[in-house]
Design a binder for this molecule. Structure first.
Ligand SMILES: Nc1ncnc2c1ncn2[C@@H]1O[C@H](COP(=O)(O)OP(=O)(O)OP(=O)(O)O)[C@@H](O)[C@H]1O
Length: 365
């Protein structure tokens, strides 16, 4: 594999980096949509993140990279092998980075069942698609707004469920499809339908950096990388290692992160006052705030975690009137949340267990 430009060598673009890292801490957050200018390190950051993430344990000869420690998520083939009493070989694998082409069809994404083989020979043949290749990795969809709406719908459904179920003529095949979803788009080339927009958990608006010194730094680093990629990668390796370990620690801590009823009330008051649609944003803010607390090595969330999460979860969900600016700044959001924290005095805060599933009825995917 050719050397990859390191994540930690990307200059600025902190909000995009934060959204990506928090999805890596908890892929159940549900992905990030990066909207904005070309040439702003979107694909560089996504590819670099996949390269630095810790290796994962897989069933070595499984086409879907099933997790040997999570039998409930196994594909149809691993399940059948286990039922036959076969022991499944285990190895470590680098997480895959999958780039979805904009011309992708539904079959290419979900995979195909060979019905003729089933009818003529009684055999089940499943040709894996992009969802299989992306399992436990990072799925990058460049120009998601130009992809067929139905394909986006199928992708987002699988991402939310964490599995891909293909059914045809009474035959079905299931495999896990848990991945970090990263979509990008240039709004000048058309927007996503609001229904699809809302199903991306987080969003980030990205612009070219205006500061001349930072632009110089971008040139210098890219020239150094082009001149001697291996030396450049080696130079950044300690920082990459540090971030990788921080993400790994955060993943372990995540289920222990608690929140109080006051935190929930802060989130609810914020989303209610901004009149966002539905309840998805509330859940996304909570999950993201927990991932941020875990990333900083804490086991309870603070108003700042909620503010940082809201900054990522709300921009694409704020309703615009013709005369309104949709982008609430970080400071405005933080101010709102701090006010809400101060005002939420009804009853004593109650500790909740780390898992939000009990509270929201949401299942881990
Ligand atoms: N902030 C940055 N720090 C370091 N390098 C950067 C930065 N922004 C852009 N670059 C460099 O600029 C080039 C273009 O970046 P990249 O291909 O990631 O852009 P992109 O946002 O994915 O654009 P497109 O949508 O056109 O593919 C790369 O060589 C990348 O390393």
């Amino acid at each position: 594999m050719p050397p990859i430009y390191p994540f930690t060598a990307i200059v600025g673009q902190e909000r995009m980096k934060r959204a990506l890292v928090l999805n890596a801490v908890d892929p159940r957050i549900g992905g990030v949509l990066i909207r904005g200018e070309r040439g702003t390190a979107k694909s560089t950051a996504a590819r670099a993140l996949a390269a630095l993430l810790p290796k994962v344990k897989v069933v070595s000869d499984c086409r879907f990279g099933c997790d040997p420690d999570a039998p409930a998520t196994w594909c149809t083939e691993c399940r059948e092998r286990a039922e036959r009493g076969e022991s499944l070989p285990v190895s470590l694998r680098q997480i895959p980075f999958i780039n979805l082409p904009v011309s992708a069809t539904e079959d290419r994404v979900v995979g195909t069942l060979d019905i003729e083989a089933a009818i003529q020979r009684g055999e089940r043949h499943f040709e894996p698609g992009v969802l299989a290749a992306a399992n436990r990795g990072l799925l990058y969809i460049d120009e998601v707004n130009l992809l067929d709406d139905h394909v986006v719908d199928v992708l987002l459904d699988a991402a939310a469920m964490g599995m891909n179920i293909v059914e045809r003529e009474g035959i079905s095949f299931t495999h896990p499809a848990r991945f970090i979803l990263v979509g990008t788009m240039n709004p000048e080339e058309g927007d996503l339908r609001p229904q699809l927009l809302d199903r991306f958990a987080l969003s980030v608006e990205i612009y070219g950096i205006r500061d001349a010194r930072e632009r110089v730094m971008i040139m210098e680093r890219n020239l150094a990388f082009e001149k001697d990629p291996l030396a450049f990668v080696a130079h950044w390796q300690p920082k990459e290692q540090e971030l990788s370990q921080q993400i790994e620690q955060a993943r372990k801590l995540l289920d222990q992160v608690t929140y109080t009823s006051r935190d929930l009330l802060s989130i609810a008051s914020l989303t209610a006052s901004l009149q966002v649609d539905g309840h998805r944003p509330d859940l996304v803010i909570l999950k993201t705030a927990r991932a941020h607390a875990a990333f900083e090595g804490r086991t309870s969330i603070t108003a700042r975690d909620i503010a940082l999460a809201a900054e990522l979860a709300l921009p694409h969900r704020l309703k615009r009137t013709p005369f309104q600016q949709a982008s609430a700044t970080m400071e405005e959001l933080a101010e709102r949340i701090e006010q809400l924290q101060g005002g939420a005095t009804s009853g004593e805060p109650r500790e909740h267990p780390g898992g939000m599933e009990e509270e929201s009825g949401q299942k881990k995917t």
